[in-house]
Write a protein that binds this ligand. Structure first.
Ligand code: HGY
Ligand code: MN
Ligand code: MN
Length: 395
């Protein structure tokens, strides 16, 4: 079994890897991500799994054993821009390896088991995170999704067949996603694996700041309407508000027009990612940031328009399922911990599918970065934790 995991991990390692940063660029429907999904299909076929895809790019490999509602595991293969190796692929590779482990244990599951790959989990290309799982559960309609555009103006509707709704999840009774931890909770607890209790509500908001383009040398400082200034103030203010409240506010993406060194810009567009423990505090944080920004725009002579791009409500995972997954292991129960990161598991849970998540310890807690990491022994503990979980749920 360790060999299987390591062999699969070695297959994926070069795909989409940047020679300069060591990070990964696996945006959906680019060559690296397409290669990864083709690799996944090949791995399913090699195991005799029935491969089922939908018209959005989601894929499941089914082990058609037993009867009744299926237990699905899996994650995603796309990455953020210059992301890490583990966020997503660890759950897919661990799903395949867990299935191998169950077979090597001679387990005969009483229910079908599937391993899934959901497309565009990060929203790195079309802007909406968990796009594949939102489409597969009907949380987003095809009419909404088809119009989402990437930075070059290519529409989602132009890269997938789309159309009819997906029946990929119609037989799924339970979903379990294994994921690298994206913080240091498990490090602090000295545990190799943990189980998720909840996902913080979070959202994406576009801030369009408009000013007046002008000469960088001849325009007196007091005569400017500089949207960069309003943006800079807004980013600082957002950071302060979130920091004081123990919340999260990040401007990680900015575009500037016309982006010239010797001109006051005419427009700045920046995207806020905000996350809080409750939906009320999320709404209050975004309102606070918007109020400060609008106020500042008034003083700068600029104009601000804020557009809510997406809001993902709080997810409370099925507590009884989490307890069942976490209980009675060699060395004690696994810790049950919250996360501030979004996941396809949150979308399936919100769609009414009883869902659990396993986290694998990440020694630095760094994620969405080339420095994201998990040690091989912990990954193997994760595989056997997932196999144990699948075995429990398909008994
Ligand atoms: O952005 C997120 O929370 C996630 O990693 N998709
Ligand atoms: Mn991610
Ligand atoms: Mn992920």
């Amino acid at each position: 079994m360790p060999d299987d995991f390591e062999r699969m991990w070695a297959d994926l390692a070069p795909v989409g890897r940047s020679a300069t940063s060591g990070g990964y660029n696996r945006s959906p429907f680019t060559a690296p991500e397409t290669e990864l999904r083709a690799w996944f299909v090949e791995q399913c076929r090699a195991r005799g799994l029935r491969v089922e895809g939908d018209s959005y790019g989601n894929v499941v490999g089914w082990w058609d054993v037993g009867a009744g509602p299926a237990v699905l595991t899996g994650s995603h293969l796309d990455s953020v821009l210059d992301g890490g190796a583990y966020d997503g692929p660890l759950g897919v590779v661990s799903g395949l390896a867990a299935l191998d482990l169950l077979r090597s244990r001679g387990v005969a599951p009483a229910r079908p088991i599937g391993v899934s790959v959901f497309v565009e989990e990060e929203g790195s290309r079309f802007g909406l995170a968990c796009l594949g799982s939102r489409l597969a559960t009907g949380a987003v309609s095809w009419d909404q999704a088809r119009e989402l555009r990437d930075r070059d103006g290519v529409a989602f509707g132009d890269v997938v067949a789309g159309g009819a709704s997906s029946s990929l999840l119609s037989s799924v009774g339970t979903f379990v996603e294994l994921h690298v931890e994206q913080g240091r909770d498990l490090v602090d607890r000295g545990a190799a694996v943990g189980v998720a209790s909840e996902i913080w509500p979070h959202g994406r908001y576009r801030f369009d700041f408009a000013g007046s383009a002008n000469h960088a040398g001849t325009t007196r400082m007091e005569d400017r309407a500089d949207p960069m200034l309003t943006y800079a103030f807004t980013a600082l203010g957002a950071n302060k508000q979130a920091r004081l409240a123990g919340e999260r506010a990040t401007f990680g993406r900015v575009s500037v027009e016309p982006n010239g060194t010797n001109a006051v810009p005419s427009h700045v567009t920046a995207w806020l990612d905000a996350r809080c423990a409750t939906e009320e505090s999320l709404a209050a944080l975004v309102e606070g940031i918007t109020t400060q920004a609008t106020d500042r725009a008034g003083r700068d002579g600029t104009a601000l328009v804020v557009t809510v791009e997406s809001v993902s409500p709080a997810v409370a995972f099925d507590a009884a399922l989490a307890a069942r997954v976490a209980a009675d292991h060699e060395g004690g129960d696994w810790p049950v911990i919250p996360t501030q990161a979004g996941h396809d598991a949150g979308i399936l849970s919100a769609a009414g599918i009883p869902t659990a998540m396993l986290f694998v310890r990440n020694p630095t807690g760094v994620s969405h970065s080339p420095a994201e990491h998990a040690e091989l022994p912990d990954c193997l503990v994760g595989v056997s934790a997932l196999a144990d979980t699948l075995e429990r749920l398909t008994r």
